[in-house]
Design a protein around this ligand. Structure first.
Ligand code: SF4
Ligand code: SF4
Length: 355
């Protein structure tokens, strides 16, 4: 078992001895099979990574179970990825299949490496956020179940990264994921003058709005409150964060939007921002059929038509947005495919787009 040491002076004690010995000397890696990566060092050492998806919110008992497995197979070391997965580092190749069997018997599926559907990133939802439009973990489960086959395969055109943000604040990596599902408020906040005048600091409230949609007003009884210019409001919910009198959640009108084509940069191409392709889908828990169907349709179309190594954004860049909408059957409207910063051509900035 590894020693329990926390803090920078002891950081190297948290590295598996084989990683420490080969630090900076790794030559290459191979995707052996879904969920298993073989890493080879110039010293001749070999290390196997076994990746298992794990829940985002877990109990200490659950973490202890992971640690027991790491003690048994990995000399007491474990690694966590930014996409909610645990990685077990195995020196002895003969232990790999035994480890996979044990992880899967605990309900922790092994996969998500290479050209596969990676574990989905999602925000925290109603677990402890006040502006959540949707139960993001529940939606993550429904989408992951729908695409589970692609988590267990590594023969997709390229890697597939999906993210969910339960409001426009987008705590998740939605801007740079292949597919992003974003919770949207479609109505401006309703102002509760009683709460605003009694409990909220008005300059902070007015300044919280990124689109200058909030302005002060004087009530007939001379108390101070605010009013919202509806046309300016983008439904971000920032005002509700600083003042509980700005009620933004509206189950009747809130919904989900889908963006596609984002990715972070790699050696061969720069980063790409995801763009809006479906402006509204209803929120239908617990299995969100409208969303899972739309995501599956986009993924299956990409798998059918993309060339090897093309991420979704790269595939769309090659075939053009018109063809994307045609192939997927998603209806186009002039409200779509704007990106967040307007720094790349969209239908508003190019004469090449023919819709
Ligand atoms: Fe809260 Fe919005 Fe972040 Fe979700 S995306 S956790 S609702 S701030
Ligand atoms: Fe401004 Fe956002 Fe509040 Fe709308 S929801 S009024 S855009 S802070």
């Amino acid at each position: 078992m590894a020693k329990l040491m926390i803090g920078p002076p002891h950081y190297e004690l948290m590295l598996h001895p084989l990683i420490k010995k080969n630090y900076g000397k790794w030559l290459y890696h191979e995707h052996v099979k879904p969920g298993v990566i073989k890493r080879v060092s110039e010293t001749g050492d070999v290390l196997f990574t076994v990746r298992a998806a794990i829940p985002k919110i877990v109990s200490v008992d659950f973490v202890r179970s992971l640690c027991d497995i790491a003690d048994k197979y990995c000399d007491g070391y474990i690694k966590f990825t930014s996409r909610h997965a645990a990685e077990f580092l195995v020196v002895n190749e003969e232990k790999v299949d035994e480890l996979i069997k044990e992880l899967e018997s605990l309900g922790l599926p092994v996969g998500g490496t290479g050209k596969s559907f990676k574990p989905l990133i999602h925000t925290i939802g109603w677990n402890h956020c006040h502006t959540a439009i949707v139960d993001a973990p529940g939606l993550a489960k429904a989408i992951s179940d729908t695409l589970f086959e692609y988590y267990k395969r590594n023969d997709l055109p390229a890697k597939l990264k999906i993210a969910i943000a339960c409001c426009l604040n987008m705590c998740g990596a939605v801007h740079c994921s292949d597919i992003a599902i974003v919770g949207i408020h479609r109505t401006p906040p309703t102002v509760d003058d009683e709460i605003v005048s009694k409990f909220c600091e008005l300059p902070t409230l007015v300044a919280s709005c990124p689109t200058y949609a909030i302005k002060p007003k004087i009530l007939p009884d001379k108390r101070r409150s605010v009013e919202v210019t509806a046309e300016r409001c983008m439904g971000c919910g920032n005002c509700y964060t600083v003042c509980p009198g700005m009620k933004i959640i509206n189950p009747k009108y809130d919904g989900l939007a889908i963006f596609v084509g984002g990715k972070v940069s790699n050696a061969k191409s720069p980063p790409m921002y995801s763009r809006l392709v479906i402006p509204y889908l209803p929120i239908n828990p617990p299995r969100f059929p409208e969303v899972t169907e739309a995501v599956k349709k986009i993924v299956d179309t990409w798998i059918k038509y993309a060339k090897p190594d093309e991420r979704i954004g790269e595939w769309i860049e090659r075939i053009g947005w018109e063809k994307f909408f045609k192939l997927t059957g998603i209806p186009f409207s002039d409200k779509l495919i704007d990106d967040f910063i307007f720094s790349v051509p969209t239908f508003r900035t190019t004469t090449q787009f023919k819709y």
